[in-house]
Design a protein around this ligand. Structure first.
Ligand SMILES: Cc1cc2nc3c(=O)[nH]c(=O)nc-3n(C[C@H](O)[C@H](O)[C@H](O)COP(=O)(O)OP(=O)(O)OC[C@H]3O[C@@H](n4cnc5c(N)ncnc54)[C@H](O)[C@@H]3O)c2cc1C
Ligand code: SF4
Length: 484
């Protein structure tokens, strides 16, 4: 099989790169390891089938941080919460000042506008906000802070079924399998599903991709240009394994994950928190600029995985789960990790939580607990094991000394792996792999540093920007894509 452009991965980066290139470069193939998602399945089914390694993948450092990603058509967008943030101005300035990266906000702005329309991005309407989010808002207001505001999300006709991270049952969430890939296919694009790229070979006039299909049969695909969009955990492994470009040894360094924790609160009356949008509102605390608070809710089938309890306490929370609300907080990480692949061991992620990130998360969790107690919760449980973690009284929690707590006691997750092939380290500002003529990267791995906000829109805008760059190249005389 021969194509002008091949793209590995159909998630935020891959699908949008394909969308941006289509019409100009007709002969494009996306190669995707996962299959199309079945809708209306139990959350456990989605976890088992559409999360890489059933979601049990994470970074080891001073503790363990789960780092889930999607392995399905649409990539992680198919199992994400749909929250949309443009790249913060302050982060773009940080890239300029600290990393000498000259990407301007004005370059990304037209892409943000395109995405707003394409993905139907708008704030969550009041009637769709879940009760758990509203109770947190009540508590924050009662504590005297500015009211948390509705988040922007990519959805059309969302009925608030509360299942976003387990595949939206009715295609309301505008993940790339819903909003982008059907358009790509309609216009003649090729999508090879259940096909894994195992080796990549760059030659003078072409790139060869060695793949395995669903039946483990070998397949070779040839292209003029390759865009790797396999995500922050897989792209660096492909770069290292195949020694692509001149800086391949740096691939896998610089990983950020936005470490995050959640707090659960039990109320007297049933809340049925799984109804409504689980990630509906967001809050910035004036004293903790690195923290971003966002709604979250774990379905009952998976609740025991997120409760740092056992025995009778665990029983009590599980029996009362209809009465439970929850809220989360992520940190713009100061820490950095590495992604490697070792023979016999497989993927290995080292992620030591930075001491300041740890302290911020502890205080973030305390704040959520206080907000819920202020809003009338009977008790809250904080994400710490081997320490007091259940609190019934506002002042007890306010005064409690968490000074002896260690990072290994934190129940943390990192939902946003980024930066493992960062701009100016593995790729240049046009996302071309240093030292390669034909290979580009468009996914979370190129994001130069921790964003502090949910990343899909930044990744998508970068992918559209890359598509524009390649289209400009096509017009110039040195492009060979037109030869095919
Ligand atoms: C539970 C959860 C909730 C989230 N919520 C939000 C949110 O609300 N808002 C937000 O902005 N972000 C959210 N995110 C993160 C966001 O969805 C991801 O950062 C984004 O989708 C990453 O895009 P990507 O292109 O880097 O990779 P992905 O979207 O992960 O796509 C990579 C694709 O490459 C495929 N692939 C990998 N290796 C190969 C190979 N060798 N051959 C073929 N195919 C391969 C994978 O199967 C996958 O489909 C969430 C993440 C999680 C886990
Ligand atoms: S709340 Fe339900 S309908 Fe709305 S986007 Fe999430 S899963 Fe889809």
């Amino acid at each position: 099989m021969k194509f002008d452009v091949c793209i590995i991965g159909s998630g935020a980066g891959g699908a949008l790169a394909a969308y941006g290139l289509q019409n100009t470069l007709g002969n494009i193939a996306i190669i995707e390891k996962g299959d199309w998602a079945k809708r209306n399945q139990d959350p456990l089914f989605s976890l088992q089938h559409y999360y890489r390694d059933q979601g049990f993948i994470g970074g080891l450092g001073k503790g363990f941080i789960g780092i889930p990603t999607g392995e399905v058509v649409g990539g992680t967008t198919t199992i994400n919460s749909g929250t949309c943030f443009e790249t913060p101005e302050s982060v773009i300035q940080e890239w300029k000042d600290q990393l000498h990266i000259s990407i301007e906000r004005s370059e990304l702005e037209p892409h943000f506008e395109t995405l707003k329309t394409l993905l139907s991005i708008h704030p969550v309407p009041e009637e769709k906000i879940s009760i758990g989010n509203k109770l947190f808002r009540n508590g924050v207001e009662a504590l005297g802070f500015t009211s948390p505001s509705p988040l922007n999300r990519d959805e059309k006709n969302c009925d608030g079924s509360g299942r976003c991270p387990f595949v939206c049952p009715n295609e309301a969430k505008q993940s790339t399998d819903v909003a982008i890939l059907p358009l790509f296919l309609k216009k003649g694009g090729t999508l090879l599903t259940q096909t894994t790229v195992t080796h990549i070979q760059e030659e003078k006039n072409k790139v060869l991709l060695f793949c395995k299909d669903a039946q483990k049969k070998s397949l070779t695909v040839e292209c003029k240009k390759l865009i790797i969009s396999a995500g922050s955990l897989s792209t660096p492994i492909l770069i290292r394994k195949n020694k692509l470009g001149t800086e391949w040894k740096k691939a896998g360094n610089g990983l950020t994950v936005h470490p995050a924790v959640k707090v659960l609160a039990q109320f007297k009356n049933p809340l049925y928190s799984s109804k409504g949008v689980p990630q509906a509102i967001g809050f910035k605390h004036p004293s903790f600029p690195y923290l971003s608070f966002e709604g979250v809710f774990t379905p009952p089938q998976l609740a025991s995985l997120v409760l740092p309890l056992d025995g009778k306490s665990l029983d009590d929370w599980l029996l009362q789960y209809d009465h439970v609300a929850s809220f989360g907080v992520l940190v713009k990480d100061r820490g950095r990790g590495t992604v490697r692949h070792y023979p016999g061991l497989g993927l290995f992620i080292h992620y030591p939580l930075h001491p300041k990130d740890f302290l911020d998360l502890v205080e973030g969790a305390r704040f959520i607990g206080l907000a819920y107690l202020k809003a009338g919760a009977q008790k809250v449980v904080l994400p710490f094991s081997g320490s007091q973690n259940e609190f019934l009284d506002f002042n007890d929690l306010k005064e409690y000394d968490f000074g002896s707590l260690k990072p290994s006691q934190l129940y943390a997750m990192g939902f946003h792996p980024l930066g493992s092939c960062g701009i100016k380290r593995v790729v240049d500002e046009n996302l071309k792999v240093y030292g390669s003529d034909r290979i580009f990267i468009a996914d979370g791995s190129v994001v130069p540093s921790s964003l502090g906000v949910n990343p899909q829109i930044t990744i998508m805008a970068f992918a559209l920007r890359l598509a524009n760059y390649l289209k400009r190249q096509l017009k110039s005389s040195d492009s060979d894509i037109r030869e095919s």
